[in-house]
Write a protein that binds this ligand. Sequence first.
Ligand code: ATP
Length: 324
Amino acid sequence: MSFKNIGLLCSGGDSPGMNCAIRAVVRTALFHGIKVTGIKRGYSGILNKEFIPMNLSSVGNIIQRGGTILQTSRCPEWLHPEHRKKGVELLRAQGIDALVIIGGDGSFNGAKSLWDEHQFPVIGIPGTIDNDISGTDYTIGFDTAVQTAIEAVDRIRDTAHSHARTFLVEVMGRNSSAIALKVGVCTGAENILLPHETVDHQKIFDDIKRGMKRGKDSSIVIVAEGPVAGRSYDIQKVLKEKYQLDAHVAILGHVQRGGSPSANDRFIASQMGNLAVEALMKKQFPVVTVETSGKVGLAPLEDCITKANNNFIEFQNLAQTLSI
Ligand code: ATP
């Protein structure tokens, strides 16, 4: 059987570069004479029948735009087998015979169920700023989010220096350490607080004091947000109460999700979108397009449905060595 109509959706959090992947899927499929149906707002769009036929111009002028033209959502109904069964019926009624899902590990779990329960052909493309999917070294959006955060921290450093201040800068990534570590190394942060570590307030204070003794005017502490954003305020409170240290808090938040994708994100997303369609044509599914050792390739879907351990001890050591 060759595929006639590929369904395409984004699911979970949006990330810069998703549009480049959408464009690459649509253009590659149309190049090979395969139809593409865009599905709005993730798995919810299947259940709500939000199907839109995609043509060459549907994906014109989007390569440079952040977010996703298909929009995305979290769809609690998809956790239940009866809704997935209904979803498959709706897809088939629409003539859709395969599905490409751009999203994170949660979204890939949703895809795996479709394959396991209904043998519906699925391909995943990793799209999340958190870079935390098992089986791939890279997820679309990470590079842009890191660059956005670096630019923000550089600006904060300017004012921190002018006023000789300490800043706690909270970056996104929930339980993922990836953004915090890379931003910390690239901004010369004095300290990086990772989500899985207990906060050592004494060490933060000692590091800052040591820096000041040797003439530093400012200190930047990068705080990974962890499960609930805003933990920087708790750290700020303890530093004030226990050590009389005034620290300012800057929570970067959703600015890190938006903006024009970097060259790296555009290039990887373009390759992944292209490869997803080629994999379907070769009947290679269920798989995920991945990047390993700098090369884009395919991995079995089941290798990509958990969170990656991205605590990167080597980068922690690097950050520590360079921030003495
Ligand atoms: P991000 O990393 O940006 O949060 P994600 O894909 O991991 O992306 P989730 O919120 O975990 O985001 O999942 C997105 C959607 O995927 C869920 O709202 C749900 O519709 C579906 N999904 C998640 N986990 C499962 C599962 N175990 N079974 C079926 N569907 C799931």
